[in-house]
Design a protein around this ligand. Structure first.
Ligand SMILES: Nc1ncnc2c1ncn2[C@@H]1O[C@H](COP(=O)(O)OP(=O)(O)OP(=O)(O)O)[C@@H](O)[C@H]1O
Ligand SMILES: [Mg+2]
Length: 231
């Protein structure tokens, strides 16, 4: 599903942010991506979106390979991914339902299909009744749920979240994490990048990828993770 094979990457020819990264994520897995600020988590996610192309190695996402993909095919790849960021990135002048529908309007989906899918994700995410609210009329936690609804409406095989709880207080952060775990139990893979390790409390049996200074230093789910002090 997602495979990194000996990937190195950076933002200019003579600088490397990630070095020698190899792992794969299977269908329906839940994976935490952790590491201190600046360790390369967002950069690794950009490689999955093909916003960044590896300097060496290969990133494979579904049927797409970073070594072969044509630029014009990248939007098709992104439609298979559900992407959520820390800052929600909702359109302020559109209602919650319009924000979510917009993700499907760029495909060739029919109006009735879009209506059906939007209603379904609103119910699934506990947002029923909020369809006509504008983002500024919603709490931060509700705005993040709308952003997750928008990511899920196209039925991606994986939900990729970059610090999704970065703007939320601890209790709401736990709600969002619970929601992502529930989404995962329904069959969507989840890759959740965070440097908020309080989210991982009690989650020792979850798979964790840990980056330190651009290297993958841990990949496991045995609870034996022992970070070095600065991590
Ligand atoms: N657009 C960019 N141009 C140049 N360097 C960048 C760019 N984005 C990130 N970097 C550098 O890449 C390194 C890794 O950054 P990245 O954003 O991947 O870290 P992160 O683990 O996501 O950190 P955080 O937890 O703060 O979000 C940093 O040294 C950063 O300065
Ligand atoms: Mg980041």
């Amino acid at each position: 599903m997602i495979e990194f094979h000996n990937v190195s990457a950076g933002y200019s020819r003579n600088s490397r942010v990630l070095e020698g990264i190899s792992f794969h994520i299977d269908k329906s897995e839940f994976v935490f991506l952790t590491g201190p600020s600046g360790s390369g988590k967002s950069t690794l996610l950009k490689l999955i979106f093909h916003e960044l192309i590896p300097q060496t190695g290969e990133v494979t996402v579904a049927d797409f390979s970073s070594n072969k993909i044509k630029r014009r095919k990248i939007p098709y790849l992104r439609r298979k991914l559900g992407i959520v960021f820390q800052d929600f990135a909702l359109l302020e002048n559109r209602t919650a339902a319009e924000n979510v529908a917009f993700a499907l309007e760029v495909t060739n989906a029919s109006r009735s299909f879009i209506r059906m899918r939007v209603a379904r994700v609103f119910t699934q995410l506990g947002l029923a009744g909020k369809e006509k609210c504008f983002p500024q009329e919603l709490s931060a936690g509700e705005q993040q749920r709308v952003a997750i609804a928008r990511a899920l409406v196209g039925e991606p095989f994986i939900l990729i979240a970059d610090e999704p709880t970065g703007n939320l207080d601890p209790a709401i952060s736990m709600d969002i994490l619970r929601l992502m775990i529930e989404i995962n139990t329904l069959g969507t893979a989840v890759l959740l990048a965070t440097h908020d390790y309080s989210l991982l409390k009690g989650k020792d049996d979850f798979r964790r990828l840990h980056l330190s200074a651009g290297r993958l230093v841990y990949d496991g789910s045995n609870g034996n993770f022992a970070p070095v002090p600065e991590d």
